[in-house]
Design a protein around this ligand. Structure first.
Ligand code: NCD
Length: 311
């Protein structure tokens, strides 16, 4: 969490926060999770505050999740997408953001295809900024909801063995998760062909293997990633079929396991590529649990930025 000279707080990257922040946010998310189980799923914590969702890249769950989180805190929410805003008429991000703030917005939640766009925004607007995914850089709230899910399901984070499988190179989810897991004392093993790993990734404090079998033996959590076909400029592996054979969670691989790890996925899943459809059905409750956790974690983030004595 950064605070700027005007006293506005931002959540731009896991790189900016420490262990204590992560743990206290997860604790606060736990109390917010309870709100979503009530018949009336609303608390007045951010009544009178206005939050703008500026989603300039496709998104289903993250966008809806932020919207619900804001509404359950009683904030007013306005949502923009690339197609329905003047950005499609060529208006710049800077002008769009300034327009929003001129109308009295207290926070902007932004998803953008360029790494660093949320940080740039903080220089242009007089309000809080939350990064909801910027290019291949970071997706901090995804990492927080993933840690929340791991802690709720497995009881602890310290010493947890987490294998992250797949397209690490294009994944902002992997970058945020690796850092968050390191900060809370979990161990991270990356499982991918070399062609899907960024250069010098070892420097982030992770181990690497090309063997999914080895990772399955070792891990408590198997975190699967989607191949980011929209970002892969050239073929990084012979074929999707080949990828599935080596790195996919196939039925035989799953059935052979004596000790089954917690299987997680940020969504959207590509059934038949990183996970066989029948296995996806079997582990679905954890993956939908991540989605549920997302609302609570984003409530905690928005409250941290705008609630209490701050903002
Ligand atoms: C991820 C994203 O957009 O970075 N999805 C998400 O936010 N739940 C991962 C992905 O697109 O594969």
């Amino acid at each position: 969490m950064n605070e700027d000279v005007n006293g506005h707080r931002h959540l731009l990257a896991i790189a900016d926060v420490d262990r204590d922040f992560i743990i206290s946010l997860l604790d606060s998310a736990r109390s917010f999770a309870e709100v979503s189980t009530r018949p009336i799923k609303k608390v007045p914590a951010l009544r009178g505050r206005t939050i703008a969702n500026l989603f300039l890249e496709p998104s289903t769950r993250t966008r809806i999740s932020f919207e619900l989180a804001a509404k359950r805190l009683s904030a007013d929410v306005i949502s923009f997408s690339r197609t329905t805003s003047s950005i499609s008429k060529g208006e710049s991000l800077k002008d769009t953001a300034k327009t929003l703030v001129a109308m009295g917005v207290d926070a902007v939640v932004i998803r953008h295809s360029s790494a660093g766009a949320p940080k740039m925004l903080t220089g242009w607007v007089d309000c809080s900024v939350v990064n909801a995914g910027d290019g291949m850089h970071e997706h901090p709230t995804q990492a927080l909801l993933d840690l929340f899910t791991m802690r709720e399901r497995l009881g602890h984070l310290e010493g947890l063995k987490v294998a992250i499988v797949g397209d690490i190179d294009h994944s902002r989810v992997a970058r945020s998760n690796i850092q968050a897991l390191n900060k809370v004392g979990a161990e991270v093993l990356l499982v991918a062909p070399r062609s899907l790993l960024p250069e010098r990734i070892e420097e982030m404090g992770v181990d690497i293997t090309g063997s999914l079998e080895q990772a399955l033996e070792w891990c408590d959590v198997l975190y699967l990633l989607r191949i980011q076909l929209e970002r892969v400029e050239e073929s990084r592996f012979p074929s999707l079929r080949e990828y599935t054979l080596q790195y996919g969670l196939t039925k035989p691989r799953w059935q052979n396991l004596k000790r089954k790890p917690l299987v997680m996925h940020p969504g959207p899943m590509n059934r038949g590529v990183e996970i066989e459809s029948s296995v996806a059905d079997e582990v679905e409750s954890v993956i939908t649990g991540q989605v549920t956790a997302g609302v609570a974690v984003r409530m905690a983030v928005l409250y941290e930025l705008l609630g209490g004595s701050h903002g």
